[in-house]
Each structure stands twice: as C-alpha cells, then as structure tokens.
Design a protein around this ligand. Structure first.
Ligand SMILES: [Mg+2]
Length: 219
C-alpha cells in the first residue's frame, strides 16, 4: 500500500505543453505581422520574436508592442494582427499533455487527492486550467507560489489535510519544483518529459517519469 495520498502538479510544461504552444503562437503572430505589412523575413522574425518573448517574460502583456517599437515598425494594424493570431493559436492549442485526463480519473478512483502548485499569476493560471477543462479535478490550486519557497507547497498540503511525507510533487523545473518539494518535506517526482529550463542535477528527485502514465508505477 502506497503512502502517497495526495499529488501536487506544477502547471506549465508538466500538465500543459506550454512552450510548444507559445512557439506556435509566436510563429503565427510573425506570419500575421508580415501579412499586415511588417517588412521582415519570416524565419528571422519568427526566431527573433520568440527569443524576445522569452526574454520579456512569458506572462508579460505587451511583448509585441515593444518588439515592434524596437524595430521602428509599430502600427496598430500590425500589432492587432499579431495579437489576434497569437490568441487564435493559444486557445486552439492549450491542451493538457496526452494521458493527463485519463490519469487523473484513475488517481481519483484510487482516492488520491490532486492539486496544483504554480508560480503563474492567479488569473492566467485559472484561465489555463479552465481552458483545459481540468478545474473539476483539483482539491487545491496554489498560484504565485514563488517556488522553491516552501510556503505554497505547505499551504496545499494543509488544504489536503495530509502530512508532507504523504504528498508527492510532480514538476519539470528542478530548481523550483524538485528543490522546493524536498525542502518542504514532500516526495519529489521529476517530469522529465516537460523539462525545458533549469539544471537537471539541482537535486536528486525521489522519482523520475518520462510520461504521465508512469505515475501509476510509483503509487
Ligand atoms: Mg513547469
């Protein structure tokens, strides 16, 4: 009998393939900007725009405005086409990784509590959870957690009504998710499939999964 009674998940790149969605949305925005009159070569623009976007901070509201101003190419028409293209793709591709929902159903049937601990701003995190139709699965959603700070993890554990050692944290970002989980006394499970930032060797996780289905082998 497993001692794991609750599982907390990071959101971006653990449940959602966030980077892929952002890359596709930027690519569509680049194409729309050219269509609206921006004089740049597509490959260059696509690459620069995505790089700018990542540096700007992926939760920022005005990356396209600043990008166009930097290139002395700002017009409302170009900005409008970019924003609309971006949002079109974003809502079409905001999906959980394959296997997430069936896995949640199985976990809940086993009596395991599920929750989210994310650094994302509250409204944006809830928009993503809602768009993926995941909101019904969670007993707790902690946003703006400032991981690896222990506070967010412990708040979620308390809402579960469990002890830290009965809860596993699943996340893709070693320095935030794994270091934070260990610091708070949780079981740490590295979501290697989503790993895109950070140093993998930041800490030794208790478990590593290569797809979400592997969670069942841990329980
Ligand atoms: Mg993440």
């Amino acid at each position: 009998m497993s001692k794991i009674k609750g599982i907390l998940f990071d959101l971006d790149n653990t449940l959602i393939d966030f980077m892929k969605m952002k890359r596709m949305a930027c690519s569509e925005a680049a194409s729309a900007m050219i269509g609206a009159g921006l004089k740049m070569e597509f490959e260059t623009l696509e690459k620069e725009l995505f790089g700018f976007y990542l540096n700007y901070g992926i939760e920022g509201d005005y990356p396209f405005t600043d990008f166009l101003k930097k290139h002395n190419a700002y017009t409302d028409a170009i900005l409008a086409s970019a924003i609309n293209a971006y949002h079109r793709v974003k809502s079409a591709f905001l999906e959980p990784y394959p296997g997430v929902i069936p896995m949640f159903v199985k976990l809940i049937k086993q009596g395991i509590k599920l929750g989210i601990v994310t650094d994302a701003p509250s409204l944006k995190a809830h928009q993503r959870i809602d768009a993926m139709k995941l909101h019904g699965f969670f007993d707790v959603v902690v946003t703006e957690a400032k991981k690896p700070d222990s506070q967010g993890f412990l708040k979620a554990v308390e809402k579960f009504g469990l002890k830290p050692q009965e809860v596993m944290m699943v996340g893709d970002w070693p320095e935030k998710d794994m270091v934070g989980a260990k610091k708070a006394g949780l079981i740490a499970c590295f979501a290697k499939y989503g790993h895109s930032v950070g140093v993998e060797t930041a800490t030794e996780p208790d478990h590593t999964i290569h797809k979400i289905e592997e969670l069942l082998e841990i329980l």
